[in-house]
Ligand binder design. Structure first.
Ligand SMILES: Nc1ncnc2c1ncn2[C@@H]1O[C@H](COP(=O)(O)OP(=O)(O)O)[C@@H](O)[C@H]1O
Ligand SMILES: CC(=O)N[C@@H](CCC(=O)OP(=O)(O)O)C(=O)O
Length: 271
């Protein structure tokens, strides 16, 4: 029987402390020891914010997505691939893993086009070089996983015309999870899950199905939570069996959920 596959989306907000990254590495090692294949997609919002501030470029978000002018893209790519991915690979490999740094560009794995964002009133908003994934070739990931590597993928990709795009890491993770036939998608952020009354952690919603998502969209589900929930739903619709939001600042939650089956985080379901 082939191994179960887990795609972990590691959000930038849960990455800011190097100690946490080491603990995440230990959790991935535990999953591998328990017989799972692990693939990681990472973001890096806070690192991008810093890089853009340093370059005196203002950040603007529309529905959780960063408006990306060409000059901003150059800084974003440097931050994601040259800084976050490179440092993450060092840490993971110092902690017993065989992690390999990639982006959607490598071997043409992920292809994108310009994303046409529709706002709540139906009008199209120009987000610049924000991309939408059109195609994923899973062969490189399969090759690496079968050989025991942990692919760690930064969320940029090229279009067929060679234009490079910035893709929200949650969206990227959901699409990749589906394309590589992952069994589980785990979205790590800096809160325990989706709170009904943010920021009250006691109001955590343990399970959310498609109709509840529609009901809460734009109210409880706002900002950075929008792409997380949407990507979990998309992954489920495209065949991923389980999707959950967990707290990456509490790395032990990963093994508690996957191995010990504890009731934590916010689980997304279709029905
Ligand atoms: N209802 C909610 N429940 C929990 N978090 C929420 C909610 N609404 C908005 N948020 C915000 O979403 C953030 C996580 O999204 P984001 O900042 O994009 O993180 P990441 O870097 O992990 O992708 C939380 O830190 C929180 O501030
Ligand atoms: C289009 C878009 O919004 N891209 C994101 C990519 C990084 C990301 O998603 O990072 P987190 O997972 O840490 O939020 C951005 O520029 O911030």
């Amino acid at each position: 029987m082939s191994k179960q596959r887990i795609l972990i989306k590691y959000g930038g907000n849960a990455m800011i402390n190097p100690q946490l990254q080491q603990e995440i590495a230990a959790q991935i090692f535990k999953l591998q020891e328990a017989g799972f294949e692990v693939i990681m997609v990472h973001g890096g919002g806070p690192f991008i914010n810093k890089a853009l501030e340093k370059a005196a470029i203002k950040s603007q978000f529309v529905d959780g997505l960063r408006v990306t002018e060409a000059i901003a893209f150059a800084e974003i790519q440097k931050a994601l691939i040259g800084e976050v991915n490179a440092d993450l690979i060092s840490t993971l490999n110092q902690n017993k893993l065989k992690a390999i740094g990639l982006s959607g560009k490598d071997a043409g794995m992920v292809q994108a086009v310009k994303y046409q964002h529709k706002s709540a009133d139906g009008s199209i908003v120009d987000l610049g070089l924000v991309g939408e994934i059109t195609q994923i070739d899973d062969s490189l990931i399969n090759l690496l996983c079968e050989a025991g590597y942990v692919p760690v993928v930064a969320c940029v990709a090229d279009g067929v015309d060679g234009t490079s795009y910035n893709i929200n890491a949650d969206t990227f993770a959901g699409k990749l999870a589906a394309a590589v036939n992952a069994d589980q998608l785990i979205v790590l952020t800096d809160v325990d899950g989706l709170f009904l009354n943010y920021p009250d952690p006691a109001s955590i919603i343990r399970e959310l199905n498609e109709s509840a998502v529609n009901e809460h969209m734009g109210t409880t589900i706002q900002g950075g939570m929008i792409p997380k929930i949407q990507s979990c739903m998309l992954a489920l619709q495209e065949g991923v069996k389980k999707a959950i939001i967990l707290n990456g600042t509490k790395p032990e939650q990963i093994a508690k959920y996957v191995i010990d089956n504890e009731k934590i985080g916010t689980t997304l379901t279709l029905q």
